[in-house]
Design a protein around this ligand. Structure first.
Ligand SMILES: Cc1ncc(COP(=O)(O)O)c(C=O)c1O
Length: 401
């Protein structure tokens, strides 16, 4: 008989972490159900509709009956389009055999760990960083080695520090530029410094470039896979969720050497089987159709972030860098006297603004909160008013303590 006992759950599951964005979203929804007005700055979700020409390609595909199983590696027409796009936008020389299409960008993280990491292998990962990196490393039995991404360093990897973290057990280094949660961007010079360290070593790179089209303030994206010596040692994670506002469609892809591509295809056969054909047709339309929609979205995020950064820096006790990409801000709130968890919790409960505690992205994120700028200007204005009042209230509390 099934006992419904927690002990029935396999041990490996205890090694999985989660994303606090979804937990905070649930808490915020519970408050809303009680009638509280909440402004959502917690979830990393574009606030644009998927461009119409992309949605139309999917509808046409459904009506044409493209609703059956497809190739587990991804349809050739889409892998060819991705190879062409990768050359044009990222200067990566690749071909359809080196590309695997998966449901969202996220599976590439999980599949990279399952494909490359043996128990005891060390994986250097950005901290603060996307929480699923650490979760997948632990799940695969790897040893997570945090690489600090600090505000004083523009939220970039410091090459000297990276060098110190490498041991003979290091199997993989994860880089993420533009970065979640910080919006930090590593430019060509920074990436070349990392490549110089790794070039002659038996170490792979997972380069998460999901925000690479959302980059601004005169900065250019540079992919480590465009450096010939790094190409076969790198798994590039990219996708459609953020540049084309397609988070719910669940489609992304990886670029990697042929051997890893075959392994990831086997993982697809064993998990999702494939991505729906009509969704792959929409993804092709996204890559090959007009790109002004991507530029417009990036411009809009930039304008909103600029506005929020200026306003935040006017609040006594908050310091914020202007990010060079993504749609996130990662202000330092430590001078308010609260730690980041208490700050985020009380800001939600007492002021109705949902944000994420920086430490939920790793220990080097403490003292910060993450704000997503992907909401309307009106919401941002109201959120800033509430944040300012909340910080004022904290000061009064401190004085009367
Ligand atoms: C850094 C980073 N990589 C990958 C992903 C996953 O993207 P997708 O929704 O396509 O799975 C996210 C999503 O928030 C992200 O922030």
């Amino acid at each position: 008989m099934i006992s419904n006992d927690i002990n029935d759950i396999a041990e490996r599951i205890s090694r999985l972490g989660t994303e606090s964005a979804f937990e905070v979203l649930n808490k915020a929804k519970a408050l809303e159900a009680k009638g509280v007005n909440v402004i959502h700055l917690e979830i990393g979700q574009p606030d644009f509709r998927t461009p119409d020409h992309v949605s139309k390609a999917a509808c046409d595909g459904i009506m044409a009956g493209h609703t059956g199983y497809t190739s587990s590696q991804g349809e050739l027409f889409l892998r060819e389009a991705i190879a062409k796009h990768s050359k044009e936008y990222y200067n990566i020389n690749t071909n359809p055999d080196e590309i695997v299409v998966v449901p969202g960008g996220k599976p590439i993280m999980f599949f990279t760990m399952l494909s490359l990491i043996n128990p005891g292998d060390e994986v250097i990962y950005p901290n603060p960083g996307f929480p699923i990196y650490e979760s997948c490393i632990n799940f695969a039995g790897g040893v997570p080695v945090p690489c600090p991404m600090l505000m004083e360093n523009g939220f970039k990897i410091d090459a000297k520090q990276l060098k110190k973290l490498i041991t003979d057990k290091t199997k993989l280094v994860i880089i993420n530029s533009p970065g979640n949660p910080t919006g930090g961007v590593m430019e060509e010079k920074d990436i070349r410094e990392i490549a110089d360290i790794l070039k002659d070593k038996d170490i792979y790179v997972l380069s998460d470039e999901i925000y690479s089209r959302l980059i601004f303030n005169g900065v250019k994206h540079f992919s480590i896979a465009s450096i010939p010596e790094m190409k076969d040692k790198t798994v590039v994670l990219n996708g459609f969720s953020k540049p084309y506002a397609m988070t719910g469609w669940r489609i992304g892809y990886g670029i990697m050497n042929r051997q890893i591509a075959q392994t990831m295809t086997t993982l697809m056969v064993n998990s999702s089987s494939c991505v729906a054909g009509f969704i792959q047709e929409a993804a092709k339309a996204a890559l090959e159709g007009p790109q002004d929609c991507v530029k417009k979205m990036a411009e809009s995020y930039k304008d909103r972030l600029n506005f929020v950064v200026d306003e935040l820096n006017n609040i006594n006790g908050i310091k914020c860098l202007m990010p060079k990409g993504s749609f996130y801000l990662f202000p330092d709130i430590s001078e308010t006297g609260l730690d980041d968890k208490d700050f985020a919790e009380r800001l939600l409960n007492e002021a109705g603004v949902a944000t994420l505690a920086g430490s939920s992205f790793g220990k080097y994120g403490s003292g910060h909160i993450r704000i997503s700028g992907a909401t309307s200007k009106e919401n941002l204005e109201e959120a800033l008013r509430r944040i300012e009042n909340f910080v004022e209230k904290l000061k009064v509390e401190k004085l009367s303590a």
